[in-house]
Design a protein around this ligand. Sequence first.
Ligand code: NDP
Length: 453
Amino acid sequence: MIDRLVILGAVGDLATRHLLAALAYLLSHGGLPSTIRVLGVGREPLTSQNYRDLAALRLAEHAPSVESLDRTALVGRLDYLQADLEQRPDLRAALGAGPVIAYLALPPSVYTPAVQALEDGGIAPGSRIVVEKPFGENVASARELSRLLHTVVDEQDVFRVDHFLYHQVVQDLLALRFANSIFEPLWDREHLQCVEVTWEETGGVAGRADYYDRIGALKDMVQSHLLQILALVAMEVPVALDERCLRGAKVAALRRVHALSPSEVAIRTVRGRYTTGQVQGRALPGYLQEIGVDPSRDTETYACVQLNVDTPRWRGVPFLLRTGKALGQPRRRIALHFRAQRLGLLPGAPAVLCLNMAPDRVTLELRVTGPGGLPGVEPVQLEVMRPRQLMPASAQLLRDVLAGNPTLTVRDDEAEECWRIIDSVLGGWRTGVPNLQDYPAGSVGPKLPGAPW
Ligand code: NDP
């Protein structure tokens, strides 16, 4: 029985903004075992009381909907240990004798010393480790990170977190496919002409340029979140929706994603960088004007990649993944574009099944009779409204970690497959092909030649 959650990096943004709020939410909904205590580990010289005071402030700010009695109850379960994980700290007392959950809310550069400190501290068998993305920087480093993690816990107990998998509409993909008889028979190349996964933001990188400039749009978004969505759309029907079958089906789909050759990278990918412009009436400085940006890195703030999944179900259907910052409109959606009706009796664009992320909304765009009657037609949208407030994503994740259920996390081989695909794109980009295109902030961003969406 696990009765201790150890948050490494306990004073950081993720820990104090998301994890504490998620714990408070779980506690208030009866989802936090009464025996669980939380130990925060960080470099800041704080006492446990200092940390509780800090946590109370952050909870008031980030979990205002949780009753103050419940927030106070959570604060009472917190302790703090000052330790620099890069200085081989002694974590034996902190870890205790029983299994723990160790949450690495740390910069990736500290993962290695952190895992070594857990090993030196004698982390008990049956413990679980939660790791935030990025899981490495390429296939080799992803494999090395997994090897390191496996020195202390089994793969079954590694929770590589991809927060997108806890997006309501991302889970709706599974519900739409497998809880209705309507869509699954149409889920193939016969009926779909393109799958589009778009995450476009209006904000720039203000305040995060230090981090972002080393990563860029392709690694930040496509390597993890957008490829996870591709895998959920493209996978074959799993035997069950448990961790082994679902993740196995996803990895099988990822394996069939064709890695791009350098000549394909030139025509099937786009990379861009925003310049000064106006976003929804607000002036935004160009990316190169942001403090912390090194122009010699040529970091992209926009990436678009067209991939193919080489299976009988999907052969020839483009999967268009794109993401960008400082764009004119926030577009965050998974769109399945159906093929045009081939009867030729009436005009009209093909139907689109669209799962909007942030705000979560599912729409099905169909053609119905136009105002003047047939043969005129017009588009209408059938929209799914959410009837209730759902559990926050970070609380769902912690609930699964506490229950030892890694179904909606990323397995070692999945992380490696995603890097295999991205490494092929980066290989082309390193040769300078295609060009890094400038786009003004507030525009629609660069377009992939020939892509209709
Ligand atoms: P922060 O920089 O805000 O927090 C990291 C924390 O780790 C800091 O408190 C830092 O302490 C601590 N730390 C760094 N080095 C050491 C060390 N040697 N020993 C002990 N503690 C150390 O980052 P975030 O919280 O934003 O991110 C943490 C992880 O979560 C990253 O991997 C990030 O990619 C991921 N993530 C974050 C999200 C978010 O919304 N913040 C969302 C999704 C993922 P100090 O202050 O002393 O430097």
